[in-house]
Design a protein around this ligand. Structure first.
Ligand SMILES: Nc1ncnc2c1ncn2[C@@H]1O[C@H](COP(=O)(O)OP(=O)(O)O)[C@@H](O)[C@H]1O
Ligand SMILES: O=P([O-])([O-])O[C@@H]1[C@@H](O)[C@H](O)[C@@H](O)[C@H](O)[C@@H]1O
Length: 383
């Protein structure tokens, strides 16, 4: 049974992390330049599900998307906007990771405690991508937010002095370690989890480890749950973890149980990888998701994640598998034939497109209509 309190009626949510410019590169060609940063992927999920959120993000005067984002950023005249180059063809990255190789080529100013609102929130998300969240910033978030969710990429990334190559350090070596017992949930990808002692951290907080097309696993002090994935035809892994976290917290904000909220995270992550850059979710799918969540809420007592008695025990609530099936069919009515996209960006050099199950395949291959807006500028790599 979930032990916890009901989610407040109109929970206040705070997202903290910088927007960035993403440049996606393969075979030396720039495939796309898009709006990036966990703050953009997560607020994109919240906006899509019509859930209000507050966002603190800093950019430079060179920020290209101020007119496009629905949550304005703090413009720092003396700073550049954080920019990442993501390479999808360099094989093993310097840090031994098999997926894309990231380089932070410019970095905006950090977000300080003074940048945060002087008010209280029910949920906080510390989701830096370029080192912008300082230990004192996270500490301030813990003071003003009842439950704080942290993406570990905000804590353990280090950046090459010369080329900005992104590498990871052990969580214990970061300045954030003393704060861990006070956070609510720590999210890490499988590759990032190598830099964390999950067995130790799970004693302090809930740990969610995502694993691409395999879904995710939720750990707490004396138990764990594997949460099923959703099939997708991966075209670009960028932002999958961010959208997962956005969907997960959005589910909890709406009163879903932790396992059901993790399903919602998996679903949003699966939608995200089917598009290049920041996804533009099909409005009809979003409406179906909103309907399914409301239906699910009626079925289950609504709980949010809450540290109660220092322990969190939960099992898959009755109907969890049906909720998975209902979300999975949310895509079905809107499948259309699409040409294979030559600029698909594999998660790792040797990854292949996911083979979709029977109900999706058949010729021509049925895939969700790519509703994403064309990235700001692409180099036409058509012959
Ligand atoms: N190829 C895929 N097919 C289906 N779901 C995916 C795929 N890639 C990612 N996801 C979903 O998105 C979540 C986060 O993706 P992951 O790649 O693990 O995060 P990160 O971007 O942090 O590495 C996964 O747990 C999964 O639910
Ligand atoms: O793919 P993911 O790890 O979930 O998140 C990504 C970051 O790792 C990357 O640094 C940033 O440039 C992308 O916009 C996105 O936020």
């Amino acid at each position: 049974m979930v032990t916890g309190r009901k989610s407040p009626l109109n929970p206040r949510v705070l997202i903290v992390g910088n927007y960035c410019h993403d440049v996606l590169i393969r075979d030396g060609d720039v495939l796309a330049e898009t709006l990036g940063g966990a703050a953009s992927f997560i607020s994109n999920v919240f906006d899509g599900l019509s859930i209000r959120c507050n966002l603190i993000s800093k950019v430079g005067q060179d920020f290209k998307y101020q007119a496009k984002v629905s949550h304005g950023a703090i413009v720092v005249p003396s700073s550049e906007t954080t920019m990442f180059h993501a390479y999808f063809d360099l094989g093993l990255g310097g840090n031994g990771r098999e997926d894309r190789v990231l380089k932070r080529v410019s970095a905006c100013e950090p977000i300080t405690p003074m940048d945060l609102p002087d008010t209280r929130f029910d949920f906080g998300m510390a989701v830096g991508v370029g080192g912008e969240i300082l230990p004192e910033t996270l500490e301030r978030m813990l003071e003003i937010c009842r439950v704080v969710f942290v993406d570990i990429q905000a804590l353990i990334r280090v950046f090459g002095r010369d080329d900005g190559a992104v590498n990871l350090v052990n969580l214990k070596e970061s300045g954030f370690y003393p704060l861990l017992p006070r956070i609510g949930v720590l999210k890490a990808s499988t590759e990032e989890a190598v830099f964390v002692d999950v067995e130790e951290i799970r004693k302090w907080c809930c740990v969610v480890v995502t694993n691409g097309k395999e879904g995710c696993k939720v750990y707490w002090s004396d138990g764990e749950l594997q949460i099923a994935p959703f099939l997708a035809n991966q075209r670009d892994p960028t932002g999958a973890g961010d959208s997962f976290l956005g969907g997960f917290v959005a589910g909890l904000v709406q009163g879903l149980s932790v396992p059901d909220a993790a399903l919602l995270g998996n679903f949003l992550g699966s939608l995200t990888v089917e598009q290049i850059g920041l996804p533009k979710f099909d409005l009809r799918i979003l409406q179906r998701v909103r309907d399914e969540v409301q239906r699910r809420k009626m079925q289950c007592s609504s709980y949010c994640y809450e540290r109660s008695d220092g322990e969190l025990k939960f099992s898959k609530p009755l109907g969890h598998e049906q909720f998975h099936a209902s979300l999975g069919t949310a895509k079905l009515p809107y499948l259309q034939t699409v040409q294979e996209c030559r600029c698909d960006l594999p998660r790792s050099p040797n990854s292949v497109e996911q083979s979709l199950p029977n109900q999706y395949t058949g010729h021509p291959k049925l895939l969700p209509t790519p509703f994403h807006e064309e990235p700001v500028r692409t180099i036409d790599n058509e012959p």
